[in-house]
Design a protein around this ligand. Structure first.
Ligand SMILES: Cc1cc2nc3c(=O)[nH]c(=O)nc-3n(C[C@H](O)[C@H](O)[C@H](O)COP(=O)(O)OP(=O)(O)OC[C@H]3O[C@@H](n4cnc5c(N)ncnc54)[C@H](O)[C@@H]3O)c2cc1C
Ligand code: FES
Length: 278
């Protein structure tokens, strides 16, 4: 059992949670994730490890409420226990001194981008971070990203804060300004990562994306998380979650993510009815 020791809402539907999981906290590296299962009836869901404290034996996750399991997790309280926390899983981000690294984070993907930006900075890179959200109210981790970046650029879709438009337009402006960029990391909604990868490809600018296919066992056995990369089948859980963005078949990923949309909608409605009835 894994105890929840902190919980706060970063905004309406985004939760930050600190969980006691000493073994995972000790071994984890940036870019890795856990799979958690709330209780015996629960499904297994993957979530990125945003931060960890090996002395306290804790790890931090940041998640967006999108369906039944994330809603149920958000309803848990400090002191409650999660049945299983499995990890750390997946390959860690390949970190070295590339030169200038641009880290692009969109929405809750900023939580995943943060440990990567921090590790790049620690390795001696000049880190330029671009973060974006639909509107100012739902932008997360601005201060944290500022602390690990040489330069932070912010965009909102509605123009309520920072640049008015998408993070991809900010990246385009940066390229047009003549900034010498050695590598780009893009983490966020699949359409965002696709646009960034398409944007950087003509410049031959190496672009790493962190994929979020549906995962079940997360050990490479079930095939649920398969993605096509460079025409070959890869498993997000054991071969990823990071891949060369120029090689990913994003169309296939998007259609596979919608596979269980009807069942997910029903499960969320049932959970809302059950929890309101309590
Ligand atoms: C490696 C990895 C790291 C992730 N890190 C984060 C994170 O740090 N923060 C965060 O908010 N989200 C993260 N996700 C996405 C998160 O796992 C899903 O939002 C969550 O599983 C949704 O479950 P649900 O029951 O609440 O929603 P559901 O209603 O079941 O599903 C909503 C949508 O979430 C996706 N999804 C559903 N089940 C799974 C599953 N088992 N595995 C993956 N995706 C699923 C599907 O696209 C689905 O349409 C990550 C996904 C992966 C693969
Ligand atoms: S989740 Fe089963 S093979 Fe990756």
């Amino acid at each position: 059992m894994f105890k929840i020791v902190e919980k706060s809402f970063l905004q309406d539907i985004v939760v930050r949670m600190v969980i006691e999981a000493p073994e995972v906290a000790r071994k984890r590296k940036p870019g890795q994730f856990i799979v958690l299962m709330i209780d015996e009836q629960g499904e297994r869901i993957p979530l990125t490890i945003v931060d960890s404290d090996s002395e306290k034996g804790t790890l931090t996750i940041i998640f967006q409420i999108v369906g039944k399991t994330t809603a149920k997790l958000a309803d848990m309280k400090v002191g409650d226990h999660i049945l299983h926390v499995l990890g750390p899983l997946g390959h860690a981000t390949e970190i070295s001194n590339f030169g200038t690294a641009v880290v692009v984070g969109g929405g809750v993907g900023i939580g995943v981008a943060y440990p990567i930006a921090a590790a790049l900075k620690k390795a001696g890179n000049k880190v330029i971070s671009i973060i974006g959200a639909r509107t100012k109210d739902i932008l997360i981790l601005e201060d944290e990203m500022k602390n690990v970046s040489d330069r932070l650029l912010v965009a909102t879709d509605d123009g309520s804060y920072g640049f008015h438009g998408f993070v991809s337009a900010v990246l385009q402006n940066l390229i047009d300004s003549g900034e010498k960029i050695d590598i780009v990391f893009a983490i966020g909604p699949v359409p965002m990562m696709r646009v960034i990868a398409n944007l950087t490809k003509p410049y031959g600018l190496k672009t790493i994306v962190s994929l979020n296919p549906i995962m079940v066992d997360a050990t490479g056995m079930c095939g649920a998380c398969r993605v096509a990369v460079g025409g070959k089948t890869k498993f997000g859980c054991v071969d990823g979650p990071e891949f060369d963005g120029h090689e990913v078949d994003f169309g296939l990923l998007m259609s596979r993510l919608r596979t269980y949309a009807d069942q997910e909608k029903q499960a969320m409605e049932n959970y809302r009815c059950e929890s309101h009835g309590k």
